[in-house]
Write a protein that binds this ligand. Structure first.
Ligand code: ZN
Length: 182
């Protein structure tokens, strides 16, 4: 892992050992390095600011996240990059227990050992962003209802798929002979 990637991962580890009771605030930015680190993702770039308000009460941390920014992902239709604005909130509750192995984590409720030094929220942040993306990621239509997709690429894709679906007449004739023989 390159040094800047290591530093990027570190940003998402919140120290919880010895943190006083009450409210604590953190902020971090998900940038290109962040999205590159997640590898599996179709997100290629972006800037998303994450504000966290952590309430530390006895044996429990309540983290309120606010995400705001823009991510870039390929358009489902034309494959050109598409920018998506994000602005949403998430909550994560972390319960500090004697033996976290006895508990099953849920999406928004985690159990960690009470002597844990830090809380790693990298995957939580990443998954929250992924879940906030719309199902259909396509360029919006303009005010006249016309697609704003890259028309050159669309034409090429249409030409390709037309070629694939059209059946070669010679093949069709062969298929007919084969059917007759059965
Ligand atoms: Zn498009």
């Amino acid at each position: 892992m390159a040094l800047n990637e290591k530093q990027e991962r570190e940003k998402f580890k919140l120290r919880i050992a010895g943190v006083s009771l009450g409210t604590h605030r953190y902020s971090m930015t998900c940038n290109k390095t962040f999205f590159e680190l997640t590898e599996l993702s179709e997100l290629q770039d972006g800037v998303v600011n994450v504000q966290i308000e952590m309430e530390n009460s006895e044996k429990m941390l309540i983290l309120d996240f606010n995400f705001e920014g823009t991510v870039f992902t390929p358009c489902d239709r034309c494959l050109d990059l598409l920018s998506l604005k994000l602005n949403f909130s998430e909550q994560l509750i972390v319960k500090l227990v004697a033996d976290s192995k006895l508990y099953q984590n849920e999406d928004n409720i985690w159990y960690i050992d009470e002597n844990e030094y830090e809380l790693d929220i990298f995957h939580f942040v990443y998954e929250s962003i992924c879940l906030a993306l719309p199902m259909q990621k396509v360029h919006a239509d303009d005010e006249n209802g016309n697609s704003t997709c890259n028309s050159d690429i669309l034409e090429r894709i249409n030409a390709l798929s037309a070629k694939e679906t059209s059946i070669d007449p010679r093949w069709e004739a062969l298929q007919h002979i084969k059917d007759l023989n059965h």
